[in-house]
Design a protein around this ligand. Structure first.
Ligand code: ZN
Length: 119
């Protein structure tokens, strides 16, 4: 028989998660969107995502985000990596440009127009 009142026990099972983690858990893994192939045939296969807390590599299964097509040879990568030992999230934002070779520029998503702040 189950005990009728389990509120104390049940509460222990739920670890409080931050809004960042909630958002992260709803995103697709980056790996499921790779490789990203540009018009000119260059491929982006992922990157070494390091945790900003412990500098260890974030497991690819814990790396989630999106690749957004901007133009034929350009896309924006926005990803968040969850590090279990740190219980922390590191954000990554790159603009990928496929010229003669693939180039990644870091950008700060907070200063992108449209994300608030700039009007
Ligand atoms: Zn870490």
């Amino acid at each position: 028989m189950q005990k009728e009142n389990c509120s104390d026990k049940c509460a222990e099972r739920y670890v409080e998660i931050s809004p960042q983690q909630a958002e992260w858990s709803q995103s697709h893994t980056l790996g499921s969107q790779l490789p990203y192939v540009f018009e000119n045939g260059l491929q982006f296969n992922g990157f070494n995502a390091k945790c900003s807390g412990c500098m260890n590599q974030v497991e690819s299964a814990n790396l989630r985000g999106s690749l957004t097509h901007v133009s034929d040879n350009r896309c924006v990568l926005v990803a968040k990596g969850y590090c279990q030992p740190c219980n922390g999230i590191t954000s990554y934002s790159f603009i990928l440009t496929a010229g003669d070779e693939l180039k990644a520029e870091i950008f700060d998503a907070d200063i992108m127009p449209g994300s608030g702040g700039l009007n």
